[in-house]
Write a protein that binds this ligand. Structure first.
Ligand code: UD1
Length: 416
């Protein structure tokens, strides 16, 4: 078990290259099992969730070659089972349901359990796949899915679920006839998946809007595809620049995908300028409190909620943040309070009153974005902050200590 030790108070200055997007790479890796002659993906980040997905691809019967950020995947003798051991460590494994049903007509995928940020059911995935002709049973904790050939359907999601939209995009790509997804998720990672599938010969239009049309094709052909940069990693480093009163140039930062975050950071007093090869970020004067509500894209992302709370902690005046996507996503708040933050929770809303300084202490990470929030707080907390359970961080932030050390942070990973 490792922990991070952070010496706070140093302004970060320099350049950070933004890695490929975890949440775009995961469904694209899994969609690759539908491409008979294989695909080559580049800009794949080196993360724990990616390694878990690659393990799953091997178990499903794919040959996988990984070299730096390049991953080659070729399906061989496909098997329909995603075991609980993998699904419990990464619930995104459920994204193999759509591709397996699409290509094999059967799937056995462990039902993901609860996770630290809430119940996260997959009912919307299943009912949409049922409308395409799949049938499901639950046996010993596994979702057993079967179908003849999936057929196109007109599907209306009750909620614009990201994973549900992705599962359906993959299932519909090889289905018979046209599928229309209404109230589909508009997240950039959904668009990246649709663009990848189209590059393989799928016929998808409307991605990035709430109505997506998929005309099923009989097969997909090999392609090379570069994964989009990670907007959540980029947003996290924007806050690192602002919170430490430093100046960071973020190379390959997906500026246009960060509108809602940039809007709020500018309102708080952060200067953000897009350049040809990246984005320059620095604080401009005193930070002031803001109100934020998390929403599906293009609203403020729930995956940036924890990080912006860290910034709110030291902004002048009051801030309010309401979480509307997940029901239990404020675990980091009590840890921030241990560092001296003034935050009151009331249901799904956090009220933050800015304090003059945070003071280092041992804190416990509860999930991926909560860990990022605690690292950000540690970067300005006076003295030493120790962040425990950093295995969460390794699920989603590539080389985070190296990236931070390179721009002047004092941060080290040590054995507990
Ligand atoms: C994805 C992202 C995650 C992000 C989230 C919201 C990946 C791997 N993960 O998660 O980082 O925080 O989008 O932007 O891309 N829901 C149901 N039934 C369903 C599906 C979802 O009730 O069948 C609920 C969930 O419990 C949650 C909400 O809908 O409260 C949003 O979930 P969803 O958009 O599906 O998120 P994920 O795809 O799990």
């Amino acid at each position: 078990m490792k922990k991070l030790i952070i010496g706070g108070g140093l302004p970060l200055k320099g350049r950070i290259r933004i890695s490929g997007s975890k949440n775009a790479a995961l469904p694209i890796l899994l969609a690759s099992i539908m491409v008979e002659n294989g695909v080559t993906l580049s800009n794949v980040p080196n993360l724990r969730d990616i390694n878990t997905t690659i393990k799953l691809l091997s178990l499903l019967g794919c040959a996988v070659e990984q070299n730096q950020g390049e991953v080659k995947i070729k399906p061989q003798n496909l098997l329909p089972e995603a075991p609980y051991d993998l699904v419990r460590t990464m619930r995104a494994s459920v994204l193999c349901l759509g591709p397996l049903l699409g290509i094999l007509g059967q799937a056995k995928v462990a039902l993901p359990g609860g996770c630290a940020i809430g119940a996260r059911p997959v009912d919307l995935h299943l009912s949409a796949l049922e409308q395409m002709g799949a049938e499901f049973d639950l046996e010993s904790g596994y979702i057993i899915g079967r179908c003849q050939k999936l057929r196109g359907a007109h599907i209306h999601f009750d909620f614009p679920t990201v994973g549900g939209t992705e599962n359906l995009l993959m299932a519909a790509a090889l289905a018979e006839g046209e599928t229309v997804l209404e109230n589909a998720a508009r997240e950039p990672e959904v668009v990246d998946l649709a663009n990848f599938l189209n590059k393989c010969g799928a016929k998808i239009s409307g991605q990035g809007t709430s109505i997506i049309r998929i005309q099923g094709v009989s097969s997909l052909s090999p392609c090379k595809y570069r994964i989009m940069p990670d907007r959540i990693e980029a947003g996290t480093y924007m806050i690192a620049a602002a919170i430490t009163d430093g100046e960071l140039f973020l190379e390959e930062c997906p500026f246009n995908e960060l509108d809602a975050v940039i809007y709020k950071l500018r309102e708080m007093g952060v200067w953000i300028q897009e350049g040809k090869t990246g984005v320059l970020v620095r604080r401009q004067g005193t930070l002031t409190g803001v109100d934020v509500v998390t929403l599906p894209f293009p609203g403020f992302p729930t995956d940036m909620q924890a990080q912006i709370i860290a910034l709110m902690c030291i902004a002048e005046g009051s801030s309010m943040i309401k979480e509307t996507i997940f029901e239990n996503r404020f675990m980091h708040v009590l840890e921030l309070v241990r560092l001296g933050a003034n935050i009151k929770l009331s249901g799904q809303t956090a009220m933050v009153r800015g304090v003059r300084e945070l003071i280092g202490a041992p804190v416990m990470a509860s999930d991926l974005r909560a860990s990022a929030c605690l690292v950000l707080a540690g970067l300005i907390a006076k003295g030493k902050t120790e962040v425990y359970r950093i295995y969460h961080l390794d699920r989603g932030y590539e080389k985070i200590e190296q990236k931070l050390v390179n721009v002047g942070a004092r941060i080290a990973r040590v054995n507990v």
